[in-house]
Write a protein that binds this ligand. Structure first.
Ligand SMILES: N[C@@H](CCC(=O)N[C@@H](CS)C(=O)NCC(=O)O)C(=O)O
Length: 266
């Protein structure tokens, strides 16, 4: 049945309203709306790259604020105000909730914050979001700390302690086995690209330097290749801080003491 002119114009008006609403919704997470860049307190380490990768993939403007952890920037009072655990990464978003600045520390919390802010890489559907949280926390409490310890015993311990090296190398191997199985039938860790991928990638791509055999984890290696081939992820992983290249923590006494002899109050 042909529509009356009145009904037709009402339909058009409704369509225009829907379009306006969806454009506004899209802009809420759009980089164009982020007028002031997000400040990223950063040092080029696997934990730091989680954030630059997410920001690049989400298309949000950001500015790097180097935190030279080899020279004690993490203990400066102004940094401790936003990151009381004296660890980078941390961010300040000048356009936080209600348009007011917010600071966030802990890489997992930062990824979740940015995911909620932009509506990207962090599904709204509760079942899907829970799955992403599972793998994010698996990285935060498992792969990250275990690879960190494996790396410590291999590179930074003053003596090569076989027990420590084996303990962490074996646990990393087990965790990589879990990840490999997970990726058997999935392109990304939770099917679609998500903050879980950004969290896991930084450490996972160092596996061959951690006493692991890449041939044992073909799905992990395929996923790393897929991730590294994404131009935005690549840009996130390529962020450098000039000063970082000048210090070899294993050989630099000042850096070693600062990082590995911390007490209850520094
Ligand atoms: N759970 C923290 C760990 C961050 C972390 O360990 N950062 C290291 C560099 S990768 C750091 O800032 N170290 C400084 C120090 O040990 O004083 C996160 O994921 O944000």
């Amino acid at each position: 049945m042909p529509r009356s002119k009145k009904a037709g114009s009402k339909t058009k008006a409704r369509a225009r309203a829907v379009k306006r609403a969806s454009t506004a919704k899209a802009r809420a997470g759009s980089p164009r709306r982020q007028r002031k860049p997000i400040e990223v307190y950063f040092w080029p380490t696997p934990n730091g790259y989680k954030i630059t990768t997410m920001l690049e993939e989400a298309g949000l403007p950001y500015v790097i604020k180097p935190v030279n952890i080899a020279r004690g920037d993490q203990f400066k009072p102004e940094f401790l105000k936003i990151a009381p655990n004296n660890r980078m990464p941390a961010i300040i978003d000048p356009q936080g909730p209600g348009g007011k600045p917010i600071s966030v520390f802990e890489s997992g919390a930062i990824l979740q914050y940015l995911g909620r802010k932009t509506g990207k890489f962090y599904p709204k559907d509760e079942r899907k979001r829970t799955e992403v949280d599972e793998w994010l926390h698996w990285q935060m409490g498992g792969l990250g700390p275990m690879m960190g310890q494996a790396n410590h015993f291999r590179r930074y311990a003053p003596e090569q302690i076989e027990y420590g090296i084996n303990r962490y190398t074996n646990e990393v191997r087990r965790l990589l086995g879990v990840l490999d199985k997970r990726l058997e039938k999935r392109k990304f860790v939770c099917g679609e690209l998500s903050i879980a991928d950004f969290a896991i990638l930084g450490w996972a791509r160092t596996l061959d330097r951690q006493g692991q055999d890449p041939a044992e984890f073909p799905n992990v290696m395929r996923w790393i290749k897929t991730m590294e081939a994404r131009p935005a992820t690549r840009r996130g992983l390529d962020v450098r801080v000039e000063e970082a290249g000048k210090v070899d923590i294993a050989k630099d006494k000042e850096a070693w003491k600062l990082l590995f002899t911390q007490g209850a109050r520094n």
